[in-house]
Design a protein around this ligand. Structure first.
Ligand SMILES: C[S@@+](CC[C@H](N)C(=O)[O-])C[C@H]1O[C@@H](n2cnc3c(N)ncnc32)[C@H](O)[C@@H]1O
Length: 426
């Protein structure tokens, strides 16, 4: 009983959805705090929590997932540089680029942004970076800016040599980069979050929305949209892109990264002028290359079912073209947000092609979008079983494990991915 009250408080105060990390993880954080406070009765602990701001902060520090590292999802930083040089700078040659990193955890993300912008040739006086997190403990670590090798996770060592000094205590970030980030304690689940702040050209909000309950997710996306300048870009985590399906935000893609622009009503004009405008895709594929003429209309889902029923039993061996279309249709349905239908088509496809890595990968992505995390993990595992070096499947599974709070499994997978990346480099 007391645990469910604490779960409800965590949800209402910081947006944490107990299902995202699991009731066991929350229980373990509560029991750890109880032990630290010398309390054995959970009802007694709840009483303390209700009157002590300090205890709230301590519980938040224990329950949050502060997992982060430098240049996480490195393609996002390449996209950031490209955007700044090709679009922002020509329009604002003397301007100050305003960037928000929320949540910033222990600082690796905002410092990576600062380094990327310096490397793009921007002058520090033309850069303003705000970095927000709910955890004061994380923020203190961020302000200290001394990191272990773990914060680099095998990413390019060249920036480590340029911007850090190795000491016995760890890698000290240089003063120039340190001074570029302004750390702020804040709660993104608060609708009045940064209400009086000037708008931002770039907002990074990665790997937090996945922990929020549905209402907080929706409200937060509106907050992020409010904070963004019309021409600015919002970056979310790879596993969070699908959350922006139903918003007014316009998706733009560079390679495997999707970023989002605020809709101003003039997006047709902008779309026509943008070098590479694409609709967003749950599956990370460019959906504009899919043959959408074959995609049944939304209000015609009976037709999909009928078509499927007719196809599968009567054609035990499907012609290759039809097989590909089935999977492509599933992908396009997923990108349309028609997740149930996509799952059915994936399963139909898998009935015909039990060794299709791509189909298991797609199925896993759709199941994850439906918050069926256990099933999604199984699908990614099947994809990896069929193709042990499949980097995309390994990455999806690592992110999912991280999201489930299973840091050990996630780390093993990241190590495997880094070994693969290294092998490719040499
Ligand atoms: C997984 S880290 C993400 C860090 C970084 N953005 C990244 O992708 O590497 C999640 C962070 O969210 C913070 N957090 C959790 N709830 C929050 C909230 N309601 N408002 C602001 N930060 C929050 C936690 O303190 C934690 O540091």
């Amino acid at each position: 009983m007391a645990q469910s009250v604490i779960e409800a408080l965590l949800k209402s105060k910081i947006g944490l959805d107990a299902n995202s990390i699991g009731a066991e993880a929350i229980a373990s954080a509560i029991y750890q705090r109880m032990a630290d406070c010398g309390i054995t009765d959970i009802a007694h602990y709840l009483g303390k929590l209700q009157v002590s701001t300090q205890e709230w902060e301590a519980l938040i520090d224990t329950v949050i997932v502060p997992e982060t590292w430098f240049f996480r999802e490195p393609e996002s930083f390449a996209f950031l540089k490209h955007y700044v040089l090709s679009e922002w700078l020509p329009k604002n040659p003397q301007g100050v680029l305003r960037v928000l990193s929320v949540p910033c955890a222990t600082g690796e993300e905002p410092y990576s942004i600062a380094i990327a912008l310096l490397e793009a040739g921007l002058n520090p006086t033309n850069i303003h970076i705000d970095a927000v997190d709910i955890s004061n403990k994380c923020l203190s670590k961020a302000q200290r800016a001394i990191y272990s090798q773990y914060s680099f996770r095998g990413n390019s060592q060249s920036f480590q040599e340029c911007y850090f000094q190795a000491t016995k205590a760890g890698y000290h970030l240089c003063e120039q980069v340190k001074s570029m980030v302004n750390f702020i304690n804040g709660n993104l689940a608060d609708p009045a979050f940064l209400a009086d702040t000037p708008l931002y050209d770039l907002v990074f909000c990665r790997n937090l929305l996945i922990y929020f309950d549905v209402t907080t997710k929706e409200r937060t996306i509106q907050v992020l949209e409010r904070l963004l300048r019309p021409e600015g870009l919002l970056f979310v985590g790879h596993a969070e892109t699908w959350l922006l399906f139903k918003t007014q935000l316009i998706s733009v893609r560079q390679d495997s990264v999707v970023a989002h622009r605020k809709s101003t009503g003039g997006e047709n004009v902008r779309k026509n002028h943008h070098p590479n405008p694409q609709r967003q895709s749950i599956t990370g594929k460019n959906i504009d290359v899919l043959n959408k003429r074959h995609l049944p209309k939304k209000n015609n889902s009976k037709f999909v079912a009928q078509e499927r029923l007719n196809v599968a039993p009567q054609n035990p061996i499907l012609p290759i073209e039809l097989k590909v279309n089935l999977l492509e249709t599933a992908r396009a349905l997923a990108d349309e947000g028609r997740l149930d239908e996509a799952v059915k088509l994936c399963n139909d496809y898998l009935n015909q092609n039990q060794v299709s890595t791509e189909a298991y990968l797609l199925l896993g992505q759709v199941q994850q979008a439906m918050a069926q995390n256990e099933r999604a993990a199984q699908s990614f595992q099947k994809a990896i079983y069929l193709q042990p070096t499949h980097q995309e499947a390994l990455t999806h599974l690592a992110l999912l494990k991280e999201h489930q709070g299973n840091a050990d499994s996630a780390n093993l997978l990241w190590q495997r991915i880094h070994r693969l990346t290294k092998d490719k480099q040499f």
